[in-house]
Design a protein around this ligand. Structure first.
Ligand code: ADP
Length: 371
């Protein structure tokens, strides 16, 4: 009685199993299946499958393909998961993910195979649609970057001319009122040019084919040049602009000086921009060195407005600013740090920030150079 109960239980458990479950002998003759599998091949009861072959239900070519795979799995004697093309309940083409497990007797010889399969057609379609959408989005993004690069490049040329000319007029003008107006013109042209430069750098940094250009450069000269570029701005605000170079460092190093220049210039001009009084310091230290390589830590410290700790991550995202430009206090587009981070990543370095609101900020950038 008990045994009878167990058998009935097993029968109904097998019948109700999810997915399509079937088992067959080495010759590919079905020995049983669950209710779902029976329904799929239009049988009214699942026991009707016994003695049938796959070719009784699907076109011969498809049956052959699947049986060939089954034979290989039985010959290897190992469980395998495969994707199979067959049909769904309505007879429409469908893709199944099937786990095929060789059935073994007590001696370990393979006597057949159990298959458990689920219809993954919808999943596959969604996957395909996602892939297509991603490709489209990437294409559109590339086109946008290309467009930005072209337009900002074309804009830069006439703007440089405009700036040069208005600068010349400003220098020559003796009438104080006219000179003041020309001063505004120069300033506006300068601001516009720096916006164009920003967009150009952004599209350049996003272009995938930006190769790393390695040259031998003089670290002292590079740092001094950057400091010189910001001297005027710092003097205007009466900031103490300092530079400090670790004497352990070699004078020349080998690496991408163009990217390093951009990184330091961006960080330093931010430091000057966001500091109203006190100092801005650019310093460089040696972290470690091997026979050929040297790890260097650049720090850019200021005594400016500071950055709240919960914004450390946000400031490195593109177009992210803590003080909106439209308020006019600190102009900028919010792409400087995004570009810096991209460049640091391309150079396989690290960048992080440490700051206290109202007390100042310190940006650290660790990079490896060749000696
Ligand atoms: P931008 O300077 O054009 O706004 P960035 O990407 O260089 O863009 O900087 C993003 C934001 O991070 C800035 O708008 C500012 O809010 C904050 N930030 C960057 N550097 C500093 C700094 N040295 N001190 C205070 N805030 C800073």
């Amino acid at each position: 009685m008990n045994e009878q109960m167990t058998y009935q239980h097993l029968e109904s458990i097998v019948g109700m199993m999810p997915g399509n479950v079937y088992w067959k002998n080495r010759q590919g003759v079905y020995l049983g299946c669950n209710d779902n599998a029976a329904r799929l091949v239009k049988l009214s009861t699942r026991h009707e499958i016994i003695g049938k072959k796959l070719s009784d239900f699907v076109p011969v070519e498809i049956a052959h393909q699947i049986e060939k795979i089954d034979d290989e799995i039985m010959a290897r004697g190992e469980m395998t998961t495969v994707e199979e093309n067959a049909f769904d309940l309505d007879g429409n083409p469908a893709i199944y993910l099937t786990r095929k497990v060789p059935l073994k007797d007590s001696d370990g010889s393979v006597i057949g195979l159990v298959g458990i399969s689920v219809d993954i057609t919808e999943l596959k379609q969604t996957e395909q649609q996602l892939r297509e959408a991603k490709d489209k989005a990437e294409l559109a993004n590339r086109a946008k970057s290309e467009f930005l690069r072209n337009i900002s490049h074309d804009l830069r040329t006439p703007f440089t001319g405009l700036l040069g000319l208005s600068n010349m007029l400003y220098e020559q003008e003796t009438d104080p009122i006219k000179k003041e107006h020309l001063g505004y013109l120069v300033e506006s042209a300068q601001t516009l040019l720096s916006i164009i430069e920003g967009v150009l750098s952004l599209s350049m940094v996003e272009a995938e084919n930006q190769a790393i250009k390695t040259t031998t450069f003089n670290l002292h000269e590079l740092m001094k040049k950057i400091i010189n570029l910001l001297k005027l701005e710092a003097e205007k605000k009466q900031l103490d602009l300092k530079i400090s170079i670790d004497h352990q460092l070699p004078v020349t190093m080998v690496g991408d000086a163009v990217r390093l220049n951009r990184i330091l210039l961006n960080l330093l001009s931010n430091a000057v921009k966001f500091t109203e009084q006190g100092s801005v310091e650019l310093s460089v230290h040696m972290v470690s060195q091997t026979k050929n390589k040297i790890k260097v830590l650049f720090s850019i410290k200021d005594t400016g407005i500071g950055i709240p700790a919960n914004k450390y991550r946000d400031i490195f995202k593109s177009f992210n600013r803590l003080t909106p430009a439209y308020e006019g206090v600190y102009p900028g587009m919010g792409i400087g740090l995004y570009i810096v981070k991209k460049f640091v990543q391309q150079l396989k370095g690290k960048i992080w920030v440490d700051s206290k609101l109202g007390e100042g900020s310190a940006f650290y950038c660790e990079l490896v150079f060749a000696k």
